[in-house]
Design a protein. Structure first.
Length: 218
């Protein structure tokens, strides 16, 4: 099962509802929450996420790029978001936070930046529903894909297969028709795409093209 989650970081913030409706054929809408501390950019807070959820035709895949996530992360699950992903680098106790998020009925994901090793988290896969390997430095859209993180996906997929885990492996950053094929070949099954969905004119066509390209690599 392949999932395409367009990032509204590339949408028109003034015409958000229009752009959400334009991606109704996607699986989730990827919502980047940035606090200008953990990453050098400021985007949405809980009030905006709540409104996006109210008008979105598809579930929300919230990606928290914020400091002090142990204090604030659970609030996004309490809003009713379908999936809440937080960064390992921002949490003192990722397992406790994940359990609290899942207890609220949301899926929970763990994210790592390109320079963060994956090995400390491999034995914890059962605590999460999704693992996000950033393929750019988090903070801004439109960056180039970092191919050197692909071995992390290989390690995650091998561990997940060994553990018979149903965890989703997500990549976020620089996802195009070419890089989605590469990431898919390394075991990713959930893809965040921003510019390549919203900047081409027809998001629905772009989503279908991305989907088709992943299936070709299996």
């Amino acid at each position: 099962m392949v999932r395409i989650n367009p990032s509204i970081l590339a949408a028109d913030f003034v015409n958000m509802q229009r752009d959400l409706e334009a991606i109704a054929t996607a699986d989730f809408v990827h919502v980047d929450v940035m606090d200008n501390h953990f990453v050098p950019n400021l985007t949405f807070g809980p009030q905006m996420v709540e409104r996006i959820q109210a008008v979105s035709p598809i579930p929300l895949d919230v990606h928290l790029m914020i400091d002090r996530v142990d204090s604030y992360g659970l609030g996004y699950a309490e809003l009713g978001c379908a999936s809440v992903t937080f960064h390992a680098e921002a949490s003192d106790d990722p397992v406790s936070l994940a359990r609290a998020i899942r207890a609220r009925g949301a899926r929970c994901g763990l994210a790592i930046k390109p320079a963060t090793p994956v090995e400390p988290y491999l034995e914890l896969l059962d605590e999460f529903d999704q693992f996000l390997v950033m393929t750019v430095e988090p903070g801004f859209g439109g960056q180039s894909f970092i191919e050197s993180v692909m071995p992390k996906l290989d390690a995650l997929r091998a561990t997940a297969n060994h553990m018979k885990s149903a965890i989703w492996l997500q990549v976020d950053g620089g996802i195009t028709l070419d890089t989605i094929e590469l990431a898919s070949s390394h075991g990713a099954d959930t893809f965040v795409a921003g510019s390549s969905v919203f900047n081409g004119g027809d998001p629905e066509t772009a989503i279908a093209a991305l989907r088709a390209r992943t299936q070709h690599s299996h």
